[in-house]
Design a protein around this ligand. Sequence first.
Ligand code: SAM
Length: 689
Amino acid sequence: MNSDHTQTIKTVQLAWEGNIPLSMHHEDYYFSLKSGLEETRYVYLKQNKLPERWLTHKAAPLHSPFTIVETGFGTGLNFLTAWQAWQNVDQSKRAFSFISIEKYPLTKDDLKRSLANWPELSDLSNALIEQYPYHAKGSHLLSFNHGKVKLLLIFGDVNHDLENHSFIADCWFLDGFTPSKNPSMWTDPLFNLMAKHSDGHTTFSSFTAAGSVRRGLANAGFEVQKTQGFGGKRDMIFGNFLQNTTLTADQNAKWSLPEPKTTSEPKHKDTQKSPTYDALIIGAGLAGITTAASLAEKGLNVAIVDQNNHTVGGASGQSQLALYIKLPTEKNKTSDFISHCTYFSQRFFNEMQKQNPNKIFWHKTGLLQLAWNEKEKIRHTKFLNNNLYPAKFVRGVSSSEVSKLSGIDIDCNGLWFENSGWLEPITFASTILTNPLITVLTKTKVNSFEWCEHNLIWNLNTKDENTSLPVALSSKYLVIANANDAKKFQQLEHLPTQAIKGQVSSLYSDKLKTAKTVLCGEGYLCPPINNWHHFGATFDLQYEHNKPTQAATLENIKSIQRWLPSWMTQHDDIAAITAKDNLTANAGIRCTTPDYMPIVGPAPIYNEMLSHFAALRKDAKSCEQRYGKYYPNLYLNIGHGSKGTVTTPIAAELISALITGSPNPFDASQSAMIAPARFIIRHLKQGRI
Ligand code: SAM
């Protein structure tokens, strides 16, 4: 099968000269063993005036990181050297982001062997090796130092796959093999792309001083200077962006974003009141708490407001949440999107658990998806024949392996996700909310909110549910993460969300077999907690209340008897099981959307969008160069349905990226797939509104 049709990317074949890696593809060395580290320090750090530039603030946006963008990640030596230097700056005023793109990544073993050359970097190298992503195309956002250091590692080609990402580089590390050996990388499109992602502060440097590179950079608007090269090399180049070009970044789906601000200075600074928080988040489910954690990690002072008396109520409040999603059998935009989210979540929960070893919330038990009936068998065969994903992420297993992995005799093949598992949301919430920059305000109901143009803040109209007194809350940024209730706010009435009830059953038994992994068939069964087996869940569009029902309990039992008969046989007497008081249930209301994708991003102003994009009714291809009309600093993070563990951690990073300029975990077309304004645009094109 042509590798373009898979999610995986080819790794590089190396030859080794002692411990020095040589790329067989480009016939060039990655570094010199004698002086590789010093060369990086001289060529990339010194010529870009690092670490000096980390000692100064940048005015806006709030808490924006210092962003280095590199062409050619290779062994990660440049990243690690820059990270080490940043870490040694006592009082860095900016967080550290590194975006790097790599077309032919090293295998993990080759990465280990290459980095073993640099013992002084070993702590940082080990952290990188541990999180080194699957060889899957696209971007992988890695987080280190409790989120202060971010690495967006993009597996793809500099000339095709960087332009889809939104960022402004503070500096460029132009690496990549020497232009004579790798001419297809050093192109005018690359230099123009650099210009589109640079501003008046941007600098660059490169080990090469090839004439074509100097001319290309100069034509794209960079001032290029030559200086002495490292070691025996005659010269190298460095310089800065002159901002004399009129190029702006090509933006896919411009409608999904507000017009970039030309000035970020408040208008009436002297008379303005400060808000109570940098950001307020309405809703304390998985979407809200992960957003709070992500913003607080970037230094924002945040509060989560929820009408319930505890966090992770609602659909996030089950005892066990599986990290599970059914992947399409073909490669398409949806499979790219959800696999991308799943890679992120696996890394995220692992990393959070590692940082907080005293509280256990992430159980990496692995997850088996069973080919339990004819239809699933056909799906699994197709899935495996298409061979879309890295085997470390998912692979086919025989019925004997299924039985061995799960600890239950199961008579069918399966798909094995060895890095998945389940989350205990209440412990997870209490762990990630311990950041002192997060305040949790429960029993507080938000009735409405309005934008104050004078103070440039959102004022919330709230009520303390205990005292019935109003609570004064305001913030610069407001994130709506309260699922189905979002459309109760006047600004968001247009949202097409749909409530679906889900009930999970919990059965106490020391006789039933213990599942060692999460098992998924028609429903799912989690490994038991103290002999409590949790399984479910129902999907009820029509319901009268949000309490558990006997009918839903029966439905869950009948279902698991069908798809996992060796755990609960069809002969088991349902009446006897349900009559005992060792059966309980928990129901929650999911928030779903017409296209099953979450709603994450800036909140559109419905009426203004309608008039601004009216031409779409006649010509679906018009308005391509138009940005959307959005409320200032108002964001949505809802609609995660039953996929909260898969989509909320990465969605939180998207919200942070929009607010602080931290690396965006999605490319432009993925962001558009979940953009809140997509329904308005779609419905206009279809003439439905
Ligand atoms: N910066 C690296 C380090 O710190 O180890 C060394 C980079 S190595 C000299 C050059 C890298 O550029 C190689 O890993 C190569 O695969 C990558 N590369 C070459 N052409 C590329 C392209 N068109 N797009 C993305 N990466 C490319």
